[in-house]
Ligand binder design. Structure first.
Ligand SMILES: Nc1nc2c(c(=O)[nH]1)N[C@H]1C(S)=C(S)[C@@H](COP(=O)(O)OP(=O)(O)OC[C@H]3O[C@@H](n4cnc5c(=O)[nH]c(N)nc54)[C@H](O)[C@@H]3O)O[C@H]1N2
Ligand SMILES: Nc1nc2c(c(=O)[nH]1)N[C@H]1C(S)=C(S)[C@@H](COP(=O)(O)OP(=O)(O)OC[C@H]3O[C@@H](n4cnc5c(=O)[nH]c(N)nc54)[C@H](O)[C@@H]3O)O[C@H]1N2
Ligand code: SF4
Ligand SMILES: [Mo]
Length: 714
């Protein structure tokens, strides 16, 4: 890799769009669960075929390049495995032929909808609507077709089915931050260019949020050190001025120690603390036990490295401090609490960009606050109540243990729980229940459709209307359909209109068109005052959220908490059982430092997002089998050599893999990537709730590893 463009593996094509006769370009957006929220441009031939896809050069964050995951999008849309018509299962659930299509027979849309409507009506009559669970994942995180709102809400509200909580990704961090900052939006990530120091905490930014990296590099050019806290030496960590690799799940302890060190060294902003925060003295007193020697012990870090980090954080030139909080560190038993503690660092250093203060510092976790779209209208909140809420991360327990009523039907879209949910074996057991009626809307047949009664073929993004936000920038992207869908694929919105019709429902709002739903999202005074109309939006494909001024002041001159101040102490957290003060508790499984066990951490792959497209010929053809990286000291102790076939196991399950002995993981940690079909990482992960919001504990996972027995030669 020689330059940044290579490093980011974005397309470096010329920004000039050439147009051949009859060709046209249509602006759209990437629907994937990626912070970058790219805007894209599809070239359509005069025969109506999509011939080219590239990043929108006019979008301030996309800046003309997509990523190596999405560059082959159009090829993946034409993959021979693409679903083109509705299917009905003819084999027992969980059984799978060499060619998955052999497990199904094609049926017409009318048959599919009649069957779903009949089953749903029976279930509602016998058990009540709460027995139906619409299970929306992150395959598409848009507001019209995807899991953000999620799609189908008008119908689901009207029927009163169980609510779905999308808890699989980032919920614990959101709640943790709500106790201190009051919200998870702590600065405009673009403003990082003016940071005095950038602290990247549990985020593999160069892989998982790559379009932000050029902004970070600008800060570095201005003298800001890049500091990374990650148990793995990721590509991002390798680019840092200083990288500390604590034991997984010990971030809370590290952050408390850093807070104490900043206070001890008087490297804090007393004026900011006095004016804008609550409970500093009590917080400072609570830190007495967190001297660096104890931190070193709990986190498994050399004291010299801790001192180096503290020196850099105390440097007056390194203000304001921008902290990028990744999702990785909150996938732990006490991940919410850890996020809460980390958010204290920008407060102590006076870095949050309140009115009249320098921009450039604060906290980057989410950027949801300024969008202020009209979700109640688009989702039809007024159409009905939904008394029960079910967490996505509790799928197995909800299928196997819930009564009153039990879950009798699932409508799954944009989700692949057999690969991505924790505790795969129990998820499979739950999905195998013969009495469960399971509908899956998909692009391909997956390990989850192996359990579907009916599979419905969905359009892909360049074939549908969509609205996408981002969690790393503040532009609202509009996606316009560029081409006609292939075969009998339809957008999710149309599936729900057809289902409403098949169920004989006469509420007119269930039949809103896609462009009516798009328009509903920007039906607010702010968007009107900013002059945003569907027509103006179509021309650019994006608009800066009207509430995101420049420089962005997330909270004016106070914080959106109960007290209006940054809350080092929080009565609300105390009421919720999380303690008045930010605190640390050790993870349930990880971080022990015990010999012979590994903390397994499965992070984003370079090649795909979660499990999306991971089973396509394009991806399989470009990648090697995923490996498990082990530190040389651990590998030697356990008699494992580079390239050995190994078994990774605990009492929940096991999977086979190939060992890679290198310096990616610190000692005691085994590192791999998530989302691979058939790999089985989540066979070993517990379906246990994190401390806040029922988040998953993917990285709080203790496993053992041994060399696989030689296959029988006989
Ligand atoms: N071990 C471990 N597991 C993890 C994580 C981890 O860090 N470690 N990370 C977790 C995180 S952050 C997340 S967000 C979850 C993701 O978990 P899920 O939300 O289940 O997402 P995916 O597994 O990517 O599955 C998305 C599915 O949607 C399909 N799809 C894509 N686009 C569309 C579309 O437009 N329409 C329809 N109908 N389907 C579509 C894809 O083919 C794919 O099968 O995984 C989690 N799993
Ligand atoms: N290429 C690619 N990009 C992606 C995705 C993908 O699958 N592939 N997934 C997308 C999704 S759904 C999401 S939510 C985001 C997530 O993006 P990130 O926030 O980057 O989340 P992760 O990949 O889970 O983990 C980030 C880092 O946290 C580290 N980590 C794990 N445990 C701990 C810990 O206890 N403490 C600390 N300090 N660090 C820890 C991991 O080693 C990893 O390097 O990325 C999105 N972008
Ligand atoms: S996956 Fe992320 S980086 Fe790639 S095109 Fe989509 S939004 Fe951009
Ligand atoms: Mo995610």
């Amino acid at each position: 890799m020689t330059d940044l463009a290579d490093e980011l593996q974005t397309s470096t094509e010329s920004k000039h769009m050439t147009s051949h006769s009859g060709e046209r370009t249509v602006i759209g957006s990437c629907p994937l669960d990626c912070p970058d929220g790219c805007s894209w441009v599809v070239t359509v031939s005069d025969e109506g075929r999509a011939t080219r896809l590239r990043g929108n050069p006019d979008h301030p964050f996309t800046a003309g390049g997509l990523c190596k995951k999405v560059n082959p999008w159009l090829k993946m849309a034409e993959d021979p495995a693409r679903l083109l018509q509705p299917l009905r299962r003819v084999r027992p659930k969980g059984e799978r032929s060499a060619n998955r299509f052999d497990d199904f027979v094609p049926i017409s849309w009318d048959e599919a909808m009649a069957e779903i409507a009949a089953r749903f009506t029976d279930i509602i009559d016998s058990s009540g609507p709460a027995a139906i669970w619409p299970f929306a994942g992150t395959g598409n995180v848009g507001f019209v077709q995807g899991g953000a709102l999620p799609v189908g809400s008008r119908l689901w509200n009207h029927l009163g089915v169980s609510k779905h909580f999308l808890t699989i990704c980032s919920v614990s961090g959101h709640i943790g931050l709500s106790y201190t900052v009051g919200t998870a939006t702590g600065m405009d990530p673009e403003d990082v260019v003016d940071a005095g120091a950038v602290l990247i905490w549990g985020s593999n930014t160069l892989v998982a949020n790559q379009h932000w990296w050029p902004f970070v590099e600008k800060a570095a050019d201005g003298g800001a050190p890049i500091l990374v806290i990650d148990p793995l030496r990721t590509r991002t960590a390798a680019r840092a001025d200083l990288h500390l690799a604590p034991r997984p799940g010990t971030d809370g302890a590290l952050a408390l120690g850093l807070c104490r060190a900043l206070i001890d060294r008087e490297a804090i902003d007393s004026e900011f603390i006095e004016t804008y925060t609550e409970g500093f003295d009590e917080f400072a007193r609570s830190l007495r036990e967190w001297d660096l020697a104890r931190v070193a012990d709990v986190c498994g870090l050399p004291i010299g490295e801790l001192n180096q980090l503290v020196d850099l954080l105390c440097e007056p030139a390194h203000r304001p401090l921008a902290v990028k909080l990744g999702q990785g560190m909150q996938r732990h038993a006490f991940g919410g609490q850890a996020s809460r503690v980390v958010s204290c660092l920008p407060a102590l250093t006076g870095s949050y960009p309140l009115d009249g203060r320098p921009a450039g510092g604060g906290l980057v976790y989410s950027t949801h606050a300024p969008y202020k779209i009209n979700t109640p209208l688009a989702a039809g909140r007024h159409l009905g109540e939904r008394p029960r809420a079910l967490a996505m991360t509790n799928l197995a327990a909800n299928l196997l243990e819930l009564n009153d009523p039990p879950v009798e039907a699932l409508f799954v879209h944009g989700a692949n729980p057999v690969v991505s949910n924790p505790d795969t074996e129990r998820v499979r057991q739950g999905l195998s229940r013969p009495d469960l009626f399971c509908v899956v809307a998909e692009i391909y047949l997956t390990e989850t459709t192996d359990y579907a009664d009916i599979v419905l073929p969905s359009t892909m993004q360049h074939e549908q209307w969509e609205v996408n936000d981002s969690f790393a920038h503040m532009y609202l992207n509009l996606n316009q359909p560029a081409v006609e869908p292939p075969g009998e694929c339809v957008p999710h919105t149309e599936m729900f209109r057809r289902l409403a019709r098949a169920m004989d429902l006469d509420e007119p709002e269930l039949y809103a068109t896609d462009t009516e739903l798009v328009a509903a999202l920007i039906d607010t005074d702010e968007y009107r005052a900013a002059g945003v109309t569907l027509e103006s939006w179509k021309r650019t494909g994006w608009v800066r959220a009207p509430a995101a001024g420049r420089p962005y002041r997330p909270f004016g001159d106070g914080f959106p908490t109960e007290s209006g101040r940054f809350e080092f102490v929080s009565s609300r957290a105390e009421r919720d059982g999380h303690g008045r003060l930010p605190n640390y508790r050790p993870p349930t499984e990880a971080g022990s430092g015990d010999v012979d066990v590994y903390d397994l951490v499965a992070i984003g792959s370079d090649w795909h997002i979660n499990s999306v497209f991971a089973g396509t010929q394009v991806v399989i053809g470009r990648t090697d089998a995923p490996t498990i990286s082990l530190h040389p000291d651990d590998a030697e102790r356990d008699g494992i050599s580079d390239g050995d076939r190994i078994v990774v196991f605990n009492d929940r399950g096991s999977f086979a893999a190939v060992a890679a002995v290198n310096h990616q993981a610190r000692t005691g940690v085994a590192a791999t990537t998530k989302g691979w079909w058939g790999m089985g990482v989540n066979n070993t992960v517990a379906e246990r709730d994190s401390d806040m919001g029922r988040g998953a504990v993917f990285h709080d996972n203790r496993v053992r590893i041994r060399v696989a027995a030689e296959p029988d030669q006989g």
